[in-house]
Ligand binder design. Structure first.
Ligand SMILES: [Zn+2]
Length: 105
C-alpha cells in the first residue's frame, strides 16, 4: 500500500497496514521504491507534525487518524478515540445550545 499526499496526491511512501498506529512515526513508512533510489521519506523525523511531502513540501496528512493511500482512506482511530471525539462534539453542542438559551431569556 502507498501513502499519498493529501495536497498533491503523489505517492510518497510504502506503508504496511499492520505497522501503522497512533502516534505515527517515521519507522512506519518506507521508501516508495528503494531499488529506483527513492530515499526514506521521513527518516529521523519523530513527530508526524514535522513530516513533509518531498514534492509539495506540505504535511502529507491533515490528521494522523485518517491517511490517504492508493487503496483509499485508512482510518487509524481506535474505538476509544472515536468515543472521545463524539463526547467532545456533544459537549460543544451542549455549550452552544446553552448559550442560545441565555440569549433568549
Ligand atoms: Zn505533496
Amino acid at each position: 500500500m502507498k501513502l499519498l499526499c493529501e495536497h498533491c496526491r503523489r505517492e510518497i511512501a510504502k506503508i504496511y497496514r499492520k505497522r501503522l498506529q497512533i502516534p505515527l512515526d517515521h519507522t512506519m513508512f518506507d521508501s516508495k521504491d528503494y531499488e529506483r533510489g527513492y530515499p526514506h521519506p521521513f527518516r529521523g523525523v519523530m513527530d508526524w507534525l514535522d513530516f513533509h511531502c518531498p514534492y509539495c513540501m506540505r504535511r502529507p496528512m491533515i490528521s494522523q487518524f485518517k491517511i490517504m493511500t492508493d487503496e483509499g482512506w485508512v482510518d487509524l482511530s481506535t474505538e476509544e478515540d472515536k468515543i472521545k471525539l463524539m463526547c467532545q462534539q456533544y459537549a460543544k453542542k451542549q455549550r452552544k445550545s446553552a448559550k442560545k438559551r441565555v440569549v433568549k431569556s
